[in-house]
Design a protein around this ligand. Structure first.
Ligand code: PEP
Ligand code: MN
Length: 264
């Protein structure tokens, strides 16, 4: 079970090549909301390498509110993503939307992300329980902490114990920002469960000018990692540009996170 009562030691995930999540260090996962082109991927890879970041995010299957919006490059995009990351020692986290995609995606993915909209897609969760790769579970759009833990249980009970929990903001009455990043969830999840907890400040607040500050806050409250959207030119990003950091902003955030390491 995912409960701390069942397992006292914290779960540590070893992705290979020296990339570890949950070992007490802050694991950075950064990249564009959507994979757009080879050129875009190469630029992000360079920015990650310059900052010592070993995990790149990027969606190839995008859950969009409108079916007419850009919905991702699919497997073509994932293969481009893999090619660039594999030769640079960078691990890939990308969203999966349905269980029928597992077989095709498996060779190219290091961490399967289950998005907020699929947080209670129990068939998908059970199917991901059958594989031997880490799964990052985002909290549902209006999901409670216990619902997130039960979602994790669907994966865990089928044998896959490599699970990461992700706080990405919830829908509340507040409309001044995209979502309400519930940082309370971090200590509570870590108290209730032995699984690593990651904070996504990008979707959590949805406003580029405040993302770095909320990322720092996530680190302060004990997150095991951060999932951050970055792009060379956020204003031109295919999706979520309004909450995406450019490379300079990302570098500044990394500098501050490194300074923070000394005091938390
Ligand atoms: C994303 O990570 O780009 C995404 C769609 O996230 P969420 O599921 O949290 O909305
Ligand atoms: Mn996004």
């Amino acid at each position: 079970m995912v409960s701390h009562k069942w397992k006292v030691d914290r779960t540590v995930l070893d992705l290979g090549d020296g990339v570890v999540i949950g070992d007490g260090n802050l694991s950075m996962m950064a990249g564009p909301c959507s994979i757009e082109s080879e050129e875009q991927i190469d630029k992000v890879v360079e920015a990650l390498k310059a900052n010592g970041v070993r995990i790149m995010r990027g969606g190839v299957y995008k859950p969009r509110t409108s079916p007419y919006s850009f919905r991702g490059l699919g497997m073509v995009g994932l293969k481009m993503f893999y090619k660039a990351c594999n030769k640079n020692g960078i691990k890939i986290i990308t969203e999966i939307m349905e269980s029928s995609q597992i077989e095709d995606m498996l060779p190219y993915v290091d961490i399967f992300q289950v998005g907020a909209r699929n947080a209670q897609n129990f068939n998908l969760l059970e199917a991901l329980g059958e594989i031997d790769k880490p799964v990052l579970l985002k909290r549902g759009i209006s999901g409670t902490i216990d619902e997130l833990l039960y979602s994790a249980e669907y994966v865990f009970k089928n044998g896959n114990e490599k699970i990461i929990l992700c706080e990405r903001g919830i829908r509340t009455f507040e409309s001044a920002y995209r979502n309400t990043l519930d940082l309370n969830a971090v200590p509570i999840l870590k108290e209730k469960s032995h699984l690593p907890v990651v904070v996504d400040p990008s979707h959590g607040i949805g406003l580029r000018q405040h993302v770095a500050q909320m990322a720092l806050a996530g680190a302060v409250v004990g997150a095991d990692g951060l999932l951050v959207e970055i792009h060379e030119t956020p204003e031109k990003a295919a999706t979520d540009g309004q909450q995406t950091l450019d490379f300079k902003e990302f570098e500044r955030l990394m500098t501050k996170l490194n300074q923070l390491k000394e005091i938390i």
